[in-house]
Design a protein around this ligand. Structure first.
Ligand SMILES: Nc1ncnc2c1ncn2[C@@H]1O[C@H](COP(=O)(O)OP(=O)(O)OP(=O)(O)O)[C@@H](O)[C@H]1O
Length: 650
């Protein structure tokens, strides 16, 4: 181990310098200090702690010791020189992952899995070093998913096939095999299923048929408790609306053979995961957990790509073993803001399929679909319960082509689609901020027009609510998305500039913090007022109190409101980050890229931005090369989940 103590003060000095320069979170230094205070701390341990905590801030759930050996400059968003300076200050460091493991395992603050556990703050699992909380969450998710995936139910394949033929009748599959049909058959036999696919590939359409199938084949169908949930209120409302619509359409088709309208009525509203699990103010713990499990038989979770590791662990902990979990989401979208890339990790084999012989036989018997050779393989149990829908019904045109090119990392093709400027796609290159402001003026002009017209004169509360709904719906048809928060091309700069422009054009009269027409986004859950992080509302006059303002929120068709002055954690929302836009869709979406590239500007971010657009997509970029650079940069999140779920996949 050399003489590590000799370098420790130099290392603390270098860490403090990096922290003061804004290259390292204060928290990362403080965490390293805390660990060092618990026992002898050689420089390798101090350095590993600072890096681990820093990477957690970038969404990684652990650090690979091989990355520590090779130098994690890129993961940290540092230059090689910066890392070398820090490593030099630490003195001689282990060179290989194995040597790192040996040094760390010798420290009293590190629990090496398999050894006696003293509840140390750090966990060494093979060649990955974790903060204990993330190790616990990752282990819980992996174990729960493995156990669920291994639990395959006995299914009457003949009956399933007959029902699938009814539910998918009159449909000529746009592709062979019919992945939607196949997904229903696969989800029905397991206690976990993942249905992934890009926008408009029919995830909700499929899950509505899955529910009908369950209803038709479950032994005690009438008593099945079905719950719908999503990470945000908006996504939950969208899920419920789409499922209700699909089930009502189906009800007409199947008629008296299946009482589907009853099912729709019995299902109840979709909820946010926070509300489903019973979030409590000022506590990370939920009311539901394995000691007080959720009262459900089937749980459908939409927008699963937004679910972070800790939330997924809480969800799986609270789900009774007998219940079926169906995760829906687009594995290629941005991962959650918080640590983890759970859906991406769980969908490792989704593209390839990797279905084994037993799945192929079952699928053929239960759905009549034959799995082509290219999708056969030897994936683990979870791969057998995962289906990727591959054909978009909504995104056939240029927006879809653009999304596909970006997703495949083909910058040349993406630029060609953007330059062709066909059917709703436009690229403003070498743009000035003025270009975004012009788009904002015409885009937001629509809701401001309805706002200005006001509710019908002399009309009562119902007319007021109808007017509010129309203003909110118009507002939802246009949005500016940013990659970054700060600067001229960031959320803060654009929000100020857009408000100024709308005021200048006489469309708004901003006066102080709260003014009629101000759109706001909630930035923190507030259980008192019932508004949650990510909720977007509009400030409008309170019909009951002249001069007072309320913020109105739309969930599906339902309008609710809160007195403006009661909302404390909000920010203006003409422009929002792509991250915050997940789970939403706008008729016209404008994506503003910054002048310079950065670690945050990735392929997944551009793809997520494009796929928020339903009819029109405009890319605005001040510097040409940034798009191609972003497309080339993939999000990488270090985690052990994939390997824990399917150890053989290594
Ligand atoms: N097999 C099908 N036959 C006919 N229409 C379909 C089929 N599959 C999906 N659709 C239609 O395509 C549209 C998109 O489907 P759906 O909303 O289920 O997609 P999604 O993958 O859930 O989309 P999102 O990513 O936006 O949540 C809907 O209008 C739906 O009715």
């Amino acid at each position: 181990m050399g003489k590590p103590e000799a370098n420790i003060e130099t290392l603390w000095g270098e860490l403090a310098r990096l922290s003061e320069a804004g290259e390292l979170r204060r928290l990362s230094c403080a965490f390293a200090r805390f660990v060092a205070s618990l026992g002898a701390a050689p420089p390798a341990l101090v350095l590993a702690c600072a890096v681990l905590s820093e990477l957690e801030g970038h969404g990684h759930s652990c650090v690979q010791l091989s990355d520590l050996g090779a130098g994690p400059a890129e993961l940290l968003g540092w230059s090689d020189e910066q890392w070398k300076d820090l490593a030099r200050a630490a003195g001689p460091l282990p060179k290989t992952a194995r040597a790192w493991a040996a040094q760390l395992a010798a420290c009293a603050q590190v629990w090496e899995t398999g050894s006696f556990d003293y509840d140390q703050p750090l966990v060494l699992d093979g060649e990955r070093l974790y903060l204990r909380r993330y190790w616990r969450d990752e282990t819980l998710v992996a174990q729960a998913v493995r156990e669920r995936a291994a639990q395959v139910r006995e299914v009457d394949a003949g009956s399933v096939r007959a029902w699938l033929d009814v539910l998918f009748a009159s449909q000529r599959a746009a592709e062979k095999p019919d992945w939607q049909k196949l997904a229903c058959a696969i989800a029905l036999r397991g206690s976990v299923a993942i249905i992934t696919g890009g926008p408009g590939t029919g995830k909700t359409y499929t899950v509505a048929r899955l529910l009908a199938l369950l209803f038709a084949t479950a032994p005690e169908a009438a008593n099945q408790r079905i719950a719908l949930a999503a990470p945000t209120g908006k996504a939950a409302a969208r899920l419920k609306q789409s499922i209700d619509r699909a089930l009502n359409e189906l009800a007409d088709k199947v008629g008296s053979r299946l009482p589907l309208r009853e099912l729709t009525l019995r299902m109840g509203a979709a909820r946010t995961l926070h509300s489903l699990l019973g979030a409590r103010p000022d506590s990370r713990a939920f009311a539901h957990h394995r000691g007080n499990p959720l009262d459900v038989d089937v749980l459908i979770v939409d927008e699963a790509s937004m679910v972070h590791l800790e939330m997924m662990a809480s969800l799986l902990d609270a789900l009774p073993p007998s219940a079926t979990l169906v995760l829906l989401g687009d594995k290629d979208q941005l991962a959650s803001v918080e640590a983890g890339a759970v859906l991406g990790d769980l969908c490792h084999d989704a593209q390839a399929g990797a279905y084994d012989a037993s799945t192929c036989d079952y699928v053929r018997a239960a759905s009549g679909e034959a799995l082509p050779g290219e999708f056969r393989g030897n994936g683990g149990p979870l791969a057998q319960q995962t289906v990727m829908l591959r054909h978009s019904r909504r995104f056939g045109g240029p927006i879809g082509q653009l999304a596909l090119a970006v997703n495949e990392g083909d910058a040349v093709r993406a630029e060609a689609v953007l330059r062709a400027g066909e059917a709703g796609v436009r690229w403003i290159e070498n743009a000035q901020q003025q270009h975004v402001l012009q788009l904002a003026q015409s885009g937001y002009g629509a809701y401001l027009e309805v706002l200005k017209a006001g509710p019908a004169a002399g009309a009562g509360p119902a007319a007021h609510e109808d007017w509010v709904r129309r203003v909110l719906q118009r507002f939802e048809s246009f949005r500016i998305l940013c990659a970054v928060r700060d600067g001229e091309w960031g959320v803060a700069g654009l929000n100020d500039a857009v408000a100024g422009r709308l005021a200048q054009a006489g469309l708004l009269r901003p006066a102080g913090e709260w003014y009629v027409g101000r759109p706001v986004m909630v930035t923190r859950n507030d259980y008192g007022t019932g508004v949650y992080n990510g909720d977007i509302g509009l400030t409008l006059p309170d019909p009951g109190r002249p001069g007072a303002l309320r913020v109105y929120f739309l969930e599906g068709e339902t309008v609710r409101s809160v007195l403006a002055t009661r909302l404390r954690n909000v920010e203006t929302a003409y422009a929002m980050t792509v991250h915050k836009s997940q789970g939403s869709e706008f008729r016209h979406t404008v994506l503003a890229l910054p002048r310079e590239r950065g670690a945050i500007l990735t392929r997944e971010l551009v793809y997520t931005g494009i796929t928020r657009a339903s009819e029109q997509f405009t890319l605005v970029s001040p510097a040409g090369a940034v798009l191609a650079e972003a497309i080339a940069l993939r999000t990488h999140r270090t985690s052990g989940l994939r390997e824990m779920v399917a150890p053989a996949a290594r």
